[in-house]
Design a binder for this molecule. Sequence first.
Ligand code: RFL
Ligand code: PHB
Length: 414
Amino acid sequence: MRTQVGIIGAGPAGLMLSHLLHLHGIDSVIIEARSREYVRGRVRAGVIDSDVAGLFRGTGVGDRMDREGLPQEQMEIRFDGKRRFINWFELVDGRRNVIYGQQEVVKDLLDRRSRDGAAILFDAEAVRIDGLEEDRPTIIFRHGGEERSLRCDLLAACDGFHGIGRGRIPDGHVSIFERQYPFAWLGILVQAPPSSDWLVTCAHERGYAMHSMRSPEVSRNYIQIPLSDAPDDWSDDRVWSELHARIDIDGWTLNEGPIREKAKFDLRSFVCEPMQYRRLFLAGDSAHVVPPTGGRGMNQAIADVCVLADAARDFFRTGSEESLNRYSSVCLARVWHSQQFTASQTQMLQRHSFDDPYLRKQQLAQLEYVTTNRAAATSLAQCYAGARLKTSFLPDSEGQEYPRICEPPRPIFG
Ligand code: RFL
Ligand code: PHB
């Protein structure tokens, strides 16, 4: 088999890349290890930031999101018995995020790619990449009991944190920056109407808790748990009693309902630099991971593939590799900003130590400051509203965060 862009992984990054390439008139083939049903049903992210939502609309995959998604103008932060609000609609030029499950995004992209005649091979596990040094990348994969190969001009590893792409960059060409957090999250999907119209995040003495949602009938809740705990250590009764203890507040109680899914997630910050080796490009979680505090991971994955799709368009139109060679540095500026934001949110919201009262006091002081000082709240709101995408698909995209003030120093002595 042969194609212009070979893509490993049919997560949000791989599917969106294939969709954008198609709109640019570029062929791609996706190799996905899991089955179509598994990929469609995998429950993960929930928050789509306003630029990414705009990209979905602008490229024809936003209709169902606009019908069924839950627009978000603000979030609530609870701590020390207080309720505070960060309202990005008001603080950041009318921006609205959307709560819409990652699996719904994946379904919409899969349906659209199928209608456009995409080649997506499910149950096809990439096992090797050959020909990188000769700029003739070839994906070797197992499909239907046979070993097959896909030759491509460019190869995009959109294969998540545990994929094979990143490991193909030779030692000496890559640096890894990583932090593993000493606690985890337990996420539950609940058949019960959301208890709030907006996301409620709670920095409680007993540990972090979050109330989110997926639809008018389905809630999504998280609690911070010790890293050593297994999901089975958390009976439904225990989960509810801990959630209520952390998140309920006078006059407000979390709605309960049957728990449809319970899963534990480790928290990790991770960056691989650079995100390119010759004709191999890493995008999404294969290149960088953030802790879920901040709801950034999928949005970052989509932002990467916007840059990659435009660079591929330049390459196939002109033969020049200039844009491709800028891919990594363009992405990493945004990626590191997001790393900084999610690490600092994790620092501010999670319980890090139960026997360090100083740390807790410091955390409370920071929470008080960022939720009452307008400048600090605006900065937080900008980060929650998400990065500006750099893409030809959004007419006025700026490709940077918000306007910067970085003027040259004024001469002091005339
Ligand atoms: P994915 O989604 O992991 O997809 C990778 C795909 O590659 C396939 N694959 C292979 N296929 C063939 N051969 C191989 N050898 C392969 N190895 C792997 C896999 O089967 C899979 O289909 O990566 P991608 O596309 O980069 O997308 C990243 C997002 O999934 C991730 O960043 C988000 O889920 C993170 N995240 C959130 N992001 C947000 O933007 N907003 C949120 O609200 C948000 N909440 C979350 C989150 C992540 C969470 N977890 C899982 C820690 C909440 C949680 C709890
Ligand atoms: C979610 O709805 O799953 C969600 C929302 C916000 C986060 C993480 C996860 O920061």
